[in-house]
Design a binder for this molecule. Sequence first.
Ligand code: GLV
Length: 328
Amino acid sequence: MANVFVTQHIGTAGVQKLRQAGHEVTYRDKTEPMTAAELQTAVRPADGLVCLLTDRLDTAVLDAAPNLKMIANVAVGYDNIDVAAATERGILVSNTPDVLTEATADHAFALLLALARRLPEADAFMRAGKYEKFEMFPPLLGLEVTGKTLGIVGLGRIGAAVARRGALGFGMQVLYTANGAKTAVEQALGAQKVSLPELLRQSDFVSINVPLTPETRHLFTLDTLRQMKPTACLINTARGPIVKEADLLQALREGIIWGAALDVFEAEPQMTPGLADYHERLVVAPHLGSATGETRQKMVETAVTNLLAGLSNQTPPNALNAAALGRE
Ligand code: GLV
């Protein structure tokens, strides 16, 4: 029997499964994260941890948990966890890939379409009673999507799913950047691997799908945005700090790019001052990429499955550091 701490609300099904497996579960059924000090105190007795992307698991937290064997993050991104420090301490870390790929790609495309066709602006226009006449060239003219060029920055699982939607659903030409060799997507979708400057130069829609790492932090600054077409749109469903938000606001105000759709923010849940007041050609959502009922449930199940495996000395299906820990 292990001592498991669940840091935030994940619903009762996952907690029940942990308890049914015989573990002693402390469930903090709250929807806001703890402070760093609270987290350090709460993890002290834990052998296993289920946490969310808003829980920062740094060395101070890891050092406060001498018994910790496994951290199951309920997210695919794991920039909230110091995985290297966990590995040094012999702690397994897992994430929840695959189960959220399609929902997140759907959301990226929903944002792309909402931005291109100016749906939030149109919705506000209607509700304000401003629809007085049909016009051939209305103030809310949008951008054509079908047949345009879609640039995917980071062709991993989610990037490939966005690429599929663009190529197969909207006849878009797909350009992408990725580490390593060309992928099968290249053949299947007629996608083309290019350098980032080339992608920025040619794309009508640029979708960010890289993880947040020291290399991708502030990958999009004014300098990057200036390399995009003035008619182009930026869609970020990855992590906020990949885009320098103050620079993006300036780029929107100065017409350096046409528009942006953001699901993630540099200092969530805050937005850079001024961004919320900018209404034209900016679509924002509160980090909802994977937020369908089905997908969120599957993420919890996946995290619980990972934790149960790790606590019974098996290799968790989605362990990030199993090899480094000699657990494969
Ligand atoms: C959400 O942002 C995730 O990483 O799962």
